[in-house]
Design a protein around this ligand. Structure first.
Ligand code: FAD
Length: 273
């Protein structure tokens, strides 16, 4: 049995990919709805072109993961709001759709893993996002809080493309919801909504897309991006039993299919040794 700690998009995708290859996996997630995860909060841009990467190698991995996305979404199946990236143009996916569809196909157990010593699987995969440092991982990760704002009353198709300026972006889900973000705050796991931060994102969004000027958002939420000091994800074998896949920072939704394939290859290799 393969044990996966963390049921955000990375953990669920790894478990799903292992399952596809006939390898049984269980996901331990402390929050059954995934509502506290970065993945639930994320915008879902598949943005190898518009996003920042720590270096060219990671941008290329981003391009490769964007290429894997259509096959990934089709294989997961169900009802997923997805627009593929194409040459020079970023795509988007609703990460909550992916979490829901993957959860139907993956065995998840509600459990708060306080130490890897509690796990006794043949292989253990740490997909604990911004919380991975609590599991004594060798590379520290820090939560970087970011807000998103949403408006529900625009007709579908109002905004065909992602609008971007600096750290501000606005795009529309297929069913009509317009989403604007974001900001970056290093305030630990602070779960308060900070009105000043929200007002600043709102002001930038209205400057970028004037139709928002007279409309208050219908929803506001935040998430904790998992950030390492050098911005590089930690996707590597730790020891004969433990594999890490955390620290995806601003690109974890983009990088999910590539990460799942890498982890499944690595676990498979170890099992057949
Ligand atoms: C506002 C915002 C916008 C974003 N926009 C984008 C975007 O447009 N495109 C993109 O690619 N990425 C985006 N991201 C980044 C992306 O959301 C993350 O990189 C990605 O979701 C990380 O996934 P994960 O599964 O590693 O972590 P998470 O989704 O945070 O999941 C980790 C899970 O592990 C669980 N967990 C942790 N420790 C334990 C434990 N000890 N025991 C049990 N369970 C545990 C947590 O409860 C959590 O559910 C955005 C993030 C934010 C906050």
């Amino acid at each position: 049995m393969i044990e996966i700690v963390g049921g955000g998009l990375i953990g669920l995708s790894c478990a799903w990919e292992l399952g596809r290859r006939g390898i049984e996996a269980v996901v331990y997630e402390r929050d059954p709805l995934g509502v506290g995860s970065a993945s639930w909060a994320g915008a879902g841009m598949i943005a190898p072109h518009g996003e920042a990467f720590p270096d060219e190698e990671w941008r290329q991995i981003g391009v490769e993961s964007a290429r894997l996305y259509p096959g990934f979404v089709a294989a997961v199946g169900g009802n997923i709001d997805f627009r593929p990236a194409s040459e020079g143009v970023d795509g988007q996916v609703d990460p909550r759709d992916l979490l829901r569809e993957l959860s139907k196909q993956v065995r998840t157990v509600q459990r708060d893993v306080t130490s890897l010593a509690e796990c006794n699987g043949e292989q253990v995969v740490v997909c604990a996002g911004a919380w991975a440092s609590q599991l004594a991982m060798p590379v520290a990760v820090e939560p970087v809080k970011g807000y998103l704002l949403a408006w529900d009353h625009f007709p579908p198709g109002t905004l065909p493309d992602i609008l971007r300026h600096g750290e501000t972006y606005i795009f529309q889900r297929q069913h009509g919801r317009v989403i604007a973000g974001s900001n970056e705050e290093r305030v630990g796991f602070d779960r308060q909504i900070d009105a000043a931060q929200v007002a600043a994102v709102l002001q930038r969004a209205r400057a970028l897309w004037p139709p928002l000027a007279d409309k208050e958002p219908d929803a506001v939420w935040f998430g904790f991006r998992p950030a390492t000091a050098d911005g590089r994800p930690v996707i590597r074998r730790i020891d004969a039993r433990v594999v890490a896949a955390y620290g995806h920072y601003r690109n974890g939704i983009l990088l999910a299919p590539w990460t799942a394939a890498w982890v499944a290859d690595e676990v498979q290799r170890q099992l057949t040794k």
